[in-house]
Design a protein around this ligand. Structure first.
Ligand code: SAH
Ligand code: AVI
Length: 341
């Protein structure tokens, strides 16, 4: 069964005002930065899928193998009959492994990229014909309305791919809390988080020899030209990847290879040679840091799995209301003070 729901109301040819805002604002601020979510138009999603099969991009195959090995343990901990809500489902490539194991009552893929979600849902309904699927088109950082049909069902959130790493820590905490609020009391979350490892391995994963990641990054400029009447000369930019040790993250930038002038939606911009537009962060977490992050976001880890080389973590957590307060001790202290004469 397939039912569709959208949290956005855009006609086919309409420009997303949030995209317009983020691009114009991002090109005006210093350092220039455009949020990573805008990489995923139709072509961006196709390129991301190609990235997941690259020899240098160990994340996807590693997470998949962890999920297949741990499937029965995960199912034993979650129990069966939960509605599985996947955040940033993309091509839902890892989902059949989880769904076959946990025997869900329904599946709700949530993604901002509409072009891809329908195709992946169509494929999934062929593999699992009896599963009720309710796709939601929307931004998981905002208010998400889950389908009424799953209202009374216990829920398991699925947030694979280390997409959480694309958010700086305060935004990641907000997102985890938003997910907790969306899923509600008694829910569980299965989340994939990439681990900190050698800088060489990380840099190669985001700057592959075939140039697919470069094409994915540069596609953002193509999208700006197409959707926002831009005149950005693509050949004047190159894909740049940096390791930021202080922030424990990979950064993707688009660097001007020469002095360049262009317009977007009638606004003029100029960039000097060497200046960059920051387009993505990919934070890497040691296991304990990941656990602290989850707790700050309202989730208590209850089990975790990794691969032989310890490259990637898959963590199962449960929603616990007391975790929502950033500092429970502080809360207790202030109550004590309240009672003092
Ligand atoms: N889960 C897949 C895809 C990861 S790519 C995997 O593990 O391989 C990240 C996905 O998140 C993309 O499909 C992108 O369109 C989606 N995405 C990114 N930001 C989003 C947002 N703010 N709201 C909803 N979906 C988002
Ligand atoms: C989806 N996300 C976790 C990917 C990552 O590893 O940061 C996106 C990506 N962009 C380029 N390569 C991978």
């Amino acid at each position: 069964m397939l039912l569709c729901q959208s949290n956005r109301h855009l006609d086919f040819a309409e420009i997303d005002p949030a995209f317009r805002h983020d691009v114009l604002n991002g090109l005006s601020i210093r350092p220039r930065a455009i949020p990573a979510r805008w990489h995923y138009d139709r072509w961006g999603s196709v390129l991301f899928d190609a990235i997941t099969t690259l020899p240098e991009y160990y994340l996807t195959r590693t997470e998949r193998s962890i999920l297949s090995k741990a499937a029965s343990e995960i199912a034993a901990l979650t129990g069966s009959g939960r509605a599985v809500i996947e955040f940033g489902s993309g091509s839902s490539a890892k989902t059949p492994t989880l769904l076959s194991a946990v025997n869900p009552s329904a599946y709700v893929p949530v993604d901002i990229c509409t072009d891809f979600i329908w195709k992946s849902v169509e494929q999934l309904s062929k593999t699992l014909p009896n599963l009720s699927i309710y796709p939601v088109e929307g931004d998981f950082t905002g208010e998400l309305r889950l389908p009424a049909a799953i209202q009374s069902m216990p829920r398991l959130g699925f947030f694979p791919g280390s997409t959480i790493g694309n958010f700086v820590v305060p935004a990641a905490v907000d997102l985890l809390r938003n997910i907790a609020a969306t899923l509600g009391e008694g829910s569980m979350l299965l989340i994939g988080i990439d681990r900190l490892k050698s800088m060489d391995v990380l840099l190669r994963a985001y700057d592959d020899a075939q140039g697919i990641t470069a094409a994915f990054n540069l596609n953002l400029l193509r999208r700006i030209n197409r959707e926002l009447k831009g005149s950005v000369p693509l050949d004047a930019f190159r894909h740049l990847v940096r390791w930021n040790d202080a922030e424990v993250r990979i950064e993707m930038h688009l660097e001007a290879a020469c002095d360049v002038r262009f317009a977007v939606e009638g606004c003029s911009f100029s960039m000097a040679k060497g200046e960059t537009i920051h387009t993505k962060n990919s934070l890497k977490y040691r296991p304990r840091d990941a656990s602290v992050l989850l707790r700050a976001g309202g989730w208590t880890p209850i089990a975790d799995w990794t691969d032989d080389k310890g490259l990637f973590s898959v963590v199962l957590a449960k929603e616990e209301p007391h975790n929502r307060h950033p500092d429970p001790l502080q809360q207790v202290k202030s109550h004590e003070n309240d009672e003092m004469p």
